[in-house]
Write a protein that binds this ligand. Sequence first.
Ligand code: KG4
Ligand code: ZN
Length: 339
Amino acid sequence: MRPTILAIESSCDETSASVIRNGKVLNNIIASQNVHHKYGGVVPELASRAHQLQVVDVVNEAMQSASVKPGDLDAVAFTRGPGLMGALLVGGSFAKGLAWASDVPLIVVNHMEAHVLAHFIDDPTPPFPFLCLTVSGGHTQLVVVKSHLDMEVIGETQDDAVGEAFDKAAKILGLPYPGGPLIDQYAKTGNPLRYKFPDTDMPNLDFSFSGVKTAFLYFIRDQVVEDPQFVTVHLADICASIQHKLVAMLMDRLVAAARQTGIKSIALAGGVSANTALRREFQKKGAELGWTTFVPDFQYCTDNAAMIAMAAHFKFMHGDFAPADIAPVPNLSMAHQIR
Ligand code: KG4
Ligand code: ZN
């Protein structure tokens, strides 16, 4: 069997569709939503409406650029969760309608597992078992990946995700949403050791970012009282310093997890893995500790349907299909759910 699958991603603020044939991703069409910029975060209701407006064009473009008609499909896949309920419903309903009309099975994909499986879109692919640090706007997880279909979360954030910490720091600085990439950009010319922020001691391999976020808020507030131009004048150093802290917190737990599990094949996934400093530190530590490191191509780090298509391919090969009336689950958890 050489399955052709259409996959739809709509969990947050990217409407995306991808066609995969026989395990090879043919395209990855992504429509971003600019409507959220001025609100400093994703507005769920606006996200759902934007998905509704974009989904038909995005799917058509993916099908046309792959020269695929609905009758050529062997399955239709969609992101079941985690994500925003209204946003998930749009992609899910569209996928169900298309699967029904094309008389092919449905496949549901866990968004976080798909971020991990983005590593199988291009060579070189990581060997099993590997350890993956998945860092996005909604999650921060350390995952032991035993097979395409078997993953175990061994550590995760107890409050904010690291992407959220980047975005909130950016918002405090008056930067538009999503601020993570902007902090990355401004940090390039800044001194990462100029300002210090506290870590939060966590037991085991968990993360916590709410403390550093609050410390950052108070720090900026106090500095601005003394000098209203503080942020404007020192923006590069501020961005470099908060980025340095967040990356150090991630690397600290990742190194501990690698030690604890003894695994030396280590991967990064999720939107924040696009961060320049994180990639640099990851490669540096990897070289120091004898890791074989894996980082997906930029286009497969942030939300995209190619990773949903890749996950759907593995599920198809295992005959893991979903009933026609399956519902999205906004807080879908990850461990062992994919089997
Ligand atoms: O995986 P993703 O696209 O969506 C979720 O599943 O959440 O991740 C989005 C997150 C946002 O918080 C965004 O600010 C962050 O990834 N991000 C970055 C960078 N690029 C994206 N954070 C820091 N540096 C970047 N270069
Ligand atoms: Zn994501």
